[in-house]
Design a protein. Structure first.
Length: 156
């Protein structure tokens, strides 16, 4: 094997190992959720704050939590255009194109399920952590507040 190829492979493997070694333990954001209705103990879908009187408060809490816990990878205020991680504003864009009703509600519920699974269990590909698991770190109130904020910033 050519020495340059071997060196490149070795550097690539060391780089992958380094990425994995740099994975951080997520820290909970410092936000006050006391003004929000408490969510049941079991994880609940769809977003319990959507289209409720608590939605605006959830969005405000979600923005603070997002900027403390998620912005490093997804961009400040969910502006993912320059971030290394996906632009979360696009998560519900197809749902928003639907007329209000059962199809739109189902679409949003599916997007909520995907969001919840991603946040709780993180993202790993080829044993490399791309997103940490937040299960046991974030309360349901914080998770659904972040989701409410991201929906507010969504592009059509």
């Amino acid at each position: 094997m050519n020495q340059r190829i071997a060196a490149a492979l070795l550097m690539g493997l060391l780089g992958l190992w380094g990425l994995q070694a740099q994975a951080e333990t997520p820290a909970p954001p410092q936000v006050d959720t006391s003004a929000l209705p408490t969510v049941a103990h079991a994880w609940q879908e769809p977003n319990p704050y959507r289209n409720t009187p608590a939605q605006a408060q959830a969005q405000a809490v979600g923005q603070l939590a997002f900027n403390q816990a998620c912005a490093r990878c997804h961009g400040a205020d969910a502006d993912g255009s320059r971030a290394p991680a996906p632009d979360l504003r696009r998560l519900s864009r197809h749902c928003n194109a639907l007329n209000p009703g059962a199809w739109r509600d189902r679409c949003l519920a599916d997007a909520d399920a995907y969001f919840l699974k991603s946040v709780r269990f993180g993202k790993k590909k080829f044993d490399i952590e791309h997103m940490p698991a937040w299960d046991g770190v974030l309360s349901q109130e914080v998770v659904w507040s972040i989701r409410s904020f991201v929906e507010k910033t969504a592009r059509p």
